[in-house]
Design a protein around this ligand. Structure first.
Ligand code: ATP
Ligand code: MG
Length: 506
């Protein structure tokens, strides 16, 4: 084999070796071994830069102990110099070289052998990744240090690529691991409730409160606009607590005529009043050992308020038409979509009752304050109603966009009803904007006939402005908090408040 063919074979074999495995240490070690064999070298090492120091990563002709000694500071010895300058150094005979450190102690026979030392940088572009060095016995025949050097430069370039690639892969792996750990950390301590959808920070706060309060008997007050899930959460609190196997009794104070409400709550004896043909237990009695859910508590009339207060305080009451006191063990969950503090100020709701009910308040945020939950809710209800109706309805991208942009004043209930109607009424499997209800389509500019002002969609700016006002009102005009609710920075909210000329009503 001629010299050129040998070189070519070496380069070819080494490039194959370097690409053969993901285990970089093993590949480098094999490369060194192969190099020694093929070029008849005594030793070969690869030292890589680590924390500003060169450390031997792979070698042939050195013991493990010798390898471990191979650490060089920048500029230290020949290796350190090459690592620092990025230029190769060839020492024709190390016996004559005072800079030669023999740090690893591998060259026991340094005084008796004629050995040349060739050291080339491993560079990727301008970055010095390390150095490749070999010991060449000078008694081998036909040695040309120039040719050796040329070949080593080619090989070091191949090594540089392999090392760089490996580092990039490692770094990406590290980043992925860090991302994964961060996600795990975020998930840890995060609460979930069956059938309750939404991962926004606002909903997380709700879940956390529910988990905290469910095991206790504490009275809970759920506050939220219509359709925000008050009843759903009330049931979750009941079913996640120790009373899960007992009754969950619901009473909507707004849906029962005032005159009948007392009888509904406390029951009546036979003949207690006209029409009371039979004894009837009230909701409190039915909820014994379980939970009573008093919905729309703000609608409770001034005459009934003290009666409810007594049950809450004493856990006892009498049926209408009876003097016998009935004791009950009930957990009370109340809900309101009206602002009770306002009613307190107006004198329409008793303060003592309010404090009895408001032991643990949980606020259910409207959907427009947690828009990131909309897509998960759409998916949840699509799955639900598709399954119920044996359909496979999907939203077209346009339709989805409209759904995501719609302000959902009726909150989750409106969204749920919309998806249900859509699944049932849509003739095809793909729901396009034309299948959506008019109010949602109203924000679609291209469907507006020109000149018909009454059908103009609400301008985006106006929508944005109303979102900001909502958030500010909700957070008591604390800009930083309102910004967080909206998912923008405090700076952005200040800018927008100025831009829209928003001012707090005096
Ligand atoms: N986070 C949620 N995940 C899944 N479904 C929800 C969620 N919130 C509400 N829903 C559903 O939306 C509908 C309305 O919820 P719910 O009846 O609990 O609201 P509400 O606050 O009591 O409303 P209203 O004041 O109108 O009575 C229900 O069908 C409920 O299951
Ligand atoms: Mg309700």
């Amino acid at each position: 084999m001629g010299k050129d063919t040998t070189e070519l074979t070496v380069v070819y074999e080494i490039s194959k070796l370097l690409g053969s495995s993901l285990d970089i240490n093993r590949t480098l070690k094999m490369t060194m071994k192969f190099l020694c064999m093929f070029l008849d070298l005594k030793r070969a090492t690869i030292a890589l830069m680590q924390d500003d120091e060169l450390a031997i990563m792979a070698a042939h002709g050195l013991t493990r102990g010798e390898i471990e000694l191979g650490h060089y500071k920048k500029g230290e010895g020949i290796m350190g110099q090459v690592g620092k300058s990025g230029y190769p150094i060839v020492i024709p005979n190390i016996r004559d070289e005072p800079f030669f450190l023999n740090k690893t102690g591998a060259r026991h026979d340094i005084k008796s052998e004629d050995v040349a030392f060739l050291c080339v940088p491993i560079k990727f572009g301008r970055e010095i990744l390390g150095v490749l060095s070999v010991d060449r016995l000078l008694n081998s025949k036909g040695v040309s240090l120039d040719e050796d050097l040329r070949l080593l430069k080619i090989i070091s370039a191949l090594i540089a690529q392999a090392v760089k690639l490996h580092r990039q892969v490692q770094q990406e792996k590290q980043e992925l691991i860090a991302q994964r750990d961060a996600l795990r950390f975020e998930l840890k301590g995060k609460y979930k409730i069956d059938n309750v959808v939404g991962n926004s920070p606002e909903m997380q706060a709700v879940y956390e409160a529910v988990h905290r309060v469910a095991p206790s008997k504490a009275t809970v007050m759920l506050v939220g606009e219509s359709g925000t899930g008050k009843e759903l959460i009330a049931r979750a609190i009941h079913y996640m607590g120790p009373r899960a196997n007992e009754q969950f009794v619901k009473l909507n104070c707004a849906s029962i005529p005032e005159g009948l409400l007392e009888a509904e709550l406390f029951g009546h004896e036979k003949g207690a009043f006209t029409g009371a043909a039979n004894l009837r237990k009230g909701r409190f009695e039915l909820a014994h050992r379980g939970t009573i859910f008093l919905d729309e508590i703000a609608e409770l009339t001034p005459t009934l308020q003290p009666k409810l207060l007594r049950v809450l305080q004493e856990r006892e009451f009498e049926r209408i038409g009876s003097e016998r006191t009935i004791k009950v063990d009930v957990r009370v969950i109340a809900a309101t979509s009206r602002n009770l503090e306002t009613l307190l100020k107006e004198g329409k709701f008793r303060e003592d009752l309010y404090y009895r009910l408001n032991v643990v308040p949980i606020t259910l945020p409207p959907l427009r304050y947690r828009r990131e939950d909309i897509s998960a809710l759409i998916e949840f209800f699509l799955d639900k109603f598709n399954a119920e109706n044996a359909r496979e309805a999907k939203l077209s991208p346009d339709a989805l966009k409209l759904m995501l942009e719609y302000p959902w004043p009726g909150n989750v209930r409106e969204l749920e009803n919309t998806v249900e109607r859509m699944v049932i009424m849509t003739p095809e499997d793909v729901v396009v904007p034309e299948h959506l209800p008019l109010n949602i389509r109203a924000s679609m500019p291209q469907t507006t006939p020109p000149g018909d002002a009454s059908r103009q969609p609400m301008p985006l700016m106006q929508i944005e402005r109303s979102h900001i006002v909502d958030a500010l009102v909700k957070t008591g005009w604390v800009y930083a908090q309102a910004a967080r609710v909206l998912g923008i920075t405090p700076r952005q909210i200040c800018y927008k408040v100025k831009k829209y000329g928003i001012r707090q009503a005096q």
